[in-house]
Design a protein around this ligand. Structure first.
Ligand code: HEM
Length: 243
């Protein structure tokens, strides 16, 4: 229930908040493991066994991340008003909303919102897109690089030489593989890895933008944005545009 008189509003439902913090933890752990993988040579991690172990650990956390993201994507269709894709994806009149929001900020009395402000909507949508790209490219890399689910068995069956069972195929080992098919799998997996890494760079940049924007918005007196992702409640000093 909202208590509009005191300026306290229901902003985020429990599912959205749980998604946000599980996603935060998963992205943090995946990023740390990803950075270790990118710099393993310079931090003294050598040998394919250690590299495969790191990739396997990263992929395992990746499944938690992917499950959480898929639930959130579904919640965008099933959940309440503020969790819905329709409240994130810009519709008719969005240009005006953005213009009015910018004008109110320039005039020193920025509009307030129970959900996202127009700029925040764009940022969150873009981050969701980046997370989805990370999920898809990560799954393909898990399958093509270390024969992990959901595509791992299919890839191992593809590269296995005639008469060799797919479960005898091991990552970073050409034993039992068909040379041509192995080479074509290497060529296929490469661009997925490139997109995975460059999207990670873009995601880290967006996370930085997100942290700065949230802090600045709260400091500008546009409501208790940070605590609302814990409590679900947002205190707003003025009547919101989307109340
Ligand atoms: C936001 C989430 C994620 C971030 C920030 C991230 C980041 C990274 C980074 C920086 C690398 C290092 C690439 C390299 O050494 O060249 C990497 C590799 C990898 N990632 Fe992710 N990743 C994420 C999600 C996922 C997911 C969901 C999966 C799939 C389950 C996954 C599977 C892999 C695999 C198998 C590798 C090793 C293969 C390779 O070298 O490309 N990642 N990731």
């Amino acid at each position: 229930m909202s208590d509009n008189k005191t300026g306290v509003y229901d902003a985020w439902d429990i599912n959205t908040r749980v998604f946000h913090w599980i996603n935060f933890l998963c992205v943090l752990v995946l990023s740390i493991l990803g950075l270790i993988m990118l710099n393993k040579g310079s931090i003294g991690i050598n040998g394919s066994e250690a590299a495969i172990g790191l990739k396997a650990l990263h992929a395992t956390v990746g499944y938690v991340f992917a499950t959480n993201l898929l639930i959130r994507i579904a919640w965008g269709f099933l959940g309440g008003r503020r969790a819905r894709w329709s409240s994130l994806i810009p519709g008719k009149g969005f240009r005006n909303e953005l213009k009015n929001y910018k004008a109110s900020a320039t005039a020193g009395k920025p509009q307030t919102f129970v959900g996202h402000d127009p700029k925040g909507r764009l940022a969150v949508l873009f981050m969701m897109l980046l997370l989805t790209i990370m999920m898809v490219t990560g799954m393909v890399r898990a399958g093509t690089d270390i024969y992990y689910p959901p595509f791992g068995d299919f890839m191992a069956k593809y590269v296995a030489a005639e008469g060799v069972s797919f479960d005898q195929i091991k990552p970073y080992d050409e034993t039992g593989t068909d040379a041509d098919k192995y080479a074509s799998l290497q060529a296929f997996k490469k661009p997925w890895g490139t997109v995975h890494v460059y999207t990670a760079y873009l995601l880290w940049l967006m996370i930085l933008v997100h942290l700065v924007a949230v802090t600045r918005t709260e400091a500008a007196g546009q409501g208790t944005i940070v605590s609302s992702m814990f409590s679900g409640k947002k205190y707003l000093p003025r009547e919101p545009e989307d109340g």
